[in-house]
Design a binder for this molecule. Structure first.
Ligand code: NDP
Length: 284
């Protein structure tokens, strides 16, 4: 049986780090502030918003919510982002995505000040990840994967990591973050030839495709560490990852479960980035 790489101890370690930073800020009379910007009432956004508010409350992060109607115009959404930029009490901003169709989402993301872009959505923040520079913050889910790998002391230098999925939210940024740590990275996608063979050859596999339980025993080999980033629902409405956990757990050395793995770390990383943004502002 594989070791289960649970998110909870990573979350607890992050809470200790956040607490230490929070104390430094409190001594200077600063409360870290997180802006949540939502357009419309998508159930996914509402659920993420509730989780973020709960976690923020537990960690002493002040939340400021801006809610715009589903039919909000581009100008109105960008104006809301500019208000966040100008609000001195806000150190970080999470904007729920995707935005409604017809909205130029990248233009909205690029309106956000880099120093407040704690989820790495702007071109500047992403460029900083791709250039190995720490000018902004990496996307929270990619950063959560790195936190989890480090927490469990998974050796990255020289390791062959196969990342399946090439989105700007997870696949591409985590590939860059792993390269920076001297891993050898293969970035796969829906057109990769003989994907199971490529996956079997890896030391570490990161699955981020959004395909419920698609990766079965044939894709894995003994000794591997598997990070399942997928948050999916199967036909019966059960939450599951991209990996068929029951088939794969007996084969590999270590694996993140869904739920209870990466997903639970992502919200904590959001809070850690908010607090770090407040500290960076103080230092500046
Ligand atoms: P996207 O839909 O943006 O990207 C999916 C990627 O998977 C694409 O690059 C696509 O390839 C690839 N892909 C799709 N089907 C296959 C296939 N059959 N074989 C190989 N590759 C395939 O998804 P996201 O990156 O936004 O999200 C991925 C998953 O992560 C989802 O389940 C999402 O819910 C979850 N997620 C989890 C978070 C967390 O905190 N744990 C946060 C955010 C998302 P191609 O480019 O060729 O189309």
């Amino acid at each position: 049986m594989a070791k289960r790489l649970m998110g909870k101890p990573v979350v607890e370690a992050l809470a200790r780090e956040i607490g230490a930073h929070g104390q430094v800020l409190a001594e200077r009379g600063i409360a870290p502030g997180l802006a949540l910007v939502r357009v419309g009432e998508r159930p996914d956004d509402l659920s993420y918003e509730r989780t973020a508010e709960k976690r923020a409350c537990a960690l002493g992060v002040q939340v400021k919510k801006t809610v715009l109607p589903e039919d909000a115009a581009q100008d109105a959404i960008e104006a809301a982002i500019r208000s966040v930029n100008e609000d001195a009490a806000v150190h970080g901003c999470l904007m729920f995505r995707p935005l409604p169709s017809g909205i130029d989402e990248q233009a909205v993301c690029d309106a956000l000040a880099t120093e407040k872009d704690i989820d790495g959505v702007s071109s500047a923040a992403l460029a900083s990840v791709f250039m190995d520079r720490d000018l902004g913050f990496a996307p929270c889910t990619a950063a959560a994967c790195m936190k989890l790998l480090d927490f469990y002391d998974v050796a990255l230098e020289g390791a062959h990591v196969v990342v399946v999925g090439r989105s700007l939210v997870i696949g591409k940024p985590i590939a860059m973050m792993l390269l920076r740590r001297n891993a050898t990275v293969t970035l796969c996608h829906s057109r990769t030839a003989d994907l199971p063979a490529v996956m079997r050859g890896a030391d570490i596999v990161v699955c981020a495709t959004g395909r419920p339980r698609m990766f079965k025993a044939e894709c894995f080999s003994a000794g591997q560490t598997v990070l399942d980033v997928g948050i999916n629902f199967d036909d019966e409405g059960n939450l599951c990852g991209d990996v068929d956990f029951d088939e794969v757990e007996p084969i590999v050395a270590a694996i993140t479960p869904v739920p209870g793995g990466i997903g639970s770390v992502t919200t904590s990383v959001l809070m850690a980035h908010t607090v770090e943004a407040a500290v960076r502002k103080l230092d500046a």
